[in-house]
Design a protein around this ligand. Structure first.
Ligand code: F0G
Length: 353
C-alpha cells in the first residue's frame, strides 16, 4: 500500500472511471472518519449511530470526492477551465483543485447567500467569482450555458464524474462497518450526494461487499423542499444556505434512492436544523455547518414522530465544516466581553468568586 492509498482515486480505482490516461489527482480527499455518537444515538435507542465526518476532506466538505474525479477527467480531456454554480462548497472545492492543476476556475454564486468561509476559500485560491442577483437555480442555468465554450469543464453534479467520485463515501461506510447500515441520513439540496450514496450502496451489494442496502432518509430545509412538495420552489429560503435550492438537478436520482430503498425525503424547519446544529457541537464535539445538521435534525424529528429505531445502525452524513459559516456560530452569545486583564476580574466573570 502506498502512503496515499486512502485517497479515493487510488483506493477505489477499479470502481471509478479511471483509465491509464487519467491523471491521479489528490489533495488528500476521502478516508474520512466514521465517529460513533455518544449522546444522540443512545438517547434514540439506536444500536449504534455514526457520523460520517465528510468535513474532514481537504476543503472542508464532501464535494472534494466528486471534484477529484471531475478534475481528473477534465485534465484528461484537455480542459483549461473549471466552471460551476454553487451555494459555496462546490466553488471552494473547484477553486482549490483548479489552483493545483493550473486551471482557471469560474464560479457563479447567488449574491449575499454564500457563507463567508466558503467565499474566502474561492477568493484565496484565485477563482473568478461572479455573484448574481438570483438564486442557485438561476446560477446553475447560466453556468450550463457558459459551459458550452470549448475548453470549459462544468463541474456541478450534472457532471457524471462528480457522482462517480462521491459514491466512494458509501464504499467507505461499508468498509468501516463491515456491512451497510440500516439507515443513511443525509441533507438534500441539489440531490447529487443522495444519488451518489445510493449508487455506491447498490454497487457494493452487487459486488457482494455488502449483504444489504440502507434505507435512505433524505432531509431538505422546509423553505427549500421541492422534493417533499413534488414541485420546484420559486424562492427557496433557509438559514442552511448550502441547501437553499428550489429545483434540484438530480431530482430523479433522489426519488429513485428514496423509493428503491424504502426510504423517505422529508422537511426540517430552520429551528430544527439549528437545534441539531447546536446539539452536535455542544454534546458530540461535532461542529458542522447548518445544512449538515439537517441529517441529524431529520433523524431526531422522525424519532419524535415515533419511528422505531431500536436495534438499528444509522449513519448521519456530516457534509461540511462549521468553520465554513462562522456567522451562524456567532449567533450564540457566549463571549464575556470587556473584562479587565486581571485574575480577579476573570474569576468574577466566570462566576468563580
Ligand atoms: N451539505 C452541504 C454542506 C452542501 O454544501 C450541500 C450542497 C449539500 C449538503 C447538499 O448536497 O446538493 O448533493 O444534495 N452544496 C452545493 C454547493 C449545492 O454548491 O456547494 P447535494
Amino acid at each position: 500500500m502506498t502512503p496515499t492509498a486512502r485517497f479515493i482515486m487510488e483506493r477505489y480505482a477499479s470502481l471509478l472511471p479511471v483509465t491509464e490516461h487519467t491523471p491521479l489527482v489528490t489533495l488528500g480527499e476521502g478516508g474520512t472518519p466514521l465517529v460513533r455518537s455518544r449522546s444522540i444515538g443512545p438517547e434514540l435507542g439506536l444500536e449504534a449511530l455514526y457520523f460520517k465526518l465528510e468535513y474532514a476532506n481537504p476543503t472542508g466538505s464532501f464535494k472534494d470526492r466528486g471534484m477529484v474525479m471531475a478534475v481528473a477527467k477534465a485534465v484528461e480531456e484537455g480542459a483549461t477551465s473549471l466552471l460551476c454554480a454553487s451555494t459555496g462548497n462546490t466553488s471552494a472545492s473547484a477553486a482549490a483543485y483548479a489552483a493545483r492543476h493550473g486551471l482557471r476556475a469560474y464560479v457563479v454564486v447567488p449574491s449575499g447567500r454564500i457563507a463567508s468561509g466558503k467565499l474566502a476559500q474561492a477568493v484565496a485560491h484565485g477563482a473568478e467569482i461572479v455573484a448574481i442577483d438570483g438564486s442557485f437555480d438561476d446560477a446553475l442555468r447560466i453556468a450550463k450555458q457558459l459551459a458550452e465554450r470549448p475548453g470549459v469543464a462544468l463541474v456541478n453534479s450534472v457532471n457524471p464524474y462528480r457522482i462517480e467520485g462521491q459514491k466512494t463515501a458509501a464504499f467507505e461506510v461499508v468498509d468501516d462497518l463491515g456491512d451497510a447500515p440500516d439507515l443513511l441520513c443525509i441533507p438534500v439540496g441539489n440531490a447529487g450526494n443522495i444519488t451518489a450514496y445510493w449508487r455506491g450502496f447498490v454497487e457494493y451489494q452487487r459486488l457482494e461487499r455488502a449483504s444489504k442496502r440502507p434505507s435512505m432518509w433524505g432531509f431538505q430545509a422546509a423553505g427549500a423542499a421541492p422534493l417533499v412538495l413534488g414541485h420546484p420552489v420559486e424562492k427557496p429560503e433557509t438559514i442552511a444556505t448550502a441547501i437553499r435550492i428550489g429545483n434540484p438537478a438530480s431530482w430523479e436520482g433522489a426519488i429513485t434512492a428514496r423509493d428503491d430503498s424504502n426510504g423517505v425525503i422529508e422537511a426540517v424547519t430552520d429551528d430544527e436544523i439549528l437545534e441539531a446544529y447546536r446539539r452536535l457541537a455542544a454534546t458530540e464535539g461535532v461542529f458542522c455547518e447548518p445544512a449538515s445538521a439537517a441529517s441529524v435534525a431529520g433523524l431526531l424529528k422522525r424519532a419524535r414522530a415515533g419511528a422505531s429505531l431500536a436495534g438499528l445502525t444509522a449513519v448521519c452524513v456530516i457534509t461540511g465544516h462549521g468553520l465554513k459559516d462562522p456567522d451562524t456560530a456567532m449567533t450564540i452569545e457566549a463571549v464575556r466581553h470587556n473584562v479587565p486583564a486581571d485574575l480577579a476580574a476573570v474569576e468574577e466573570s466566570l462566576g468563580w468568586r
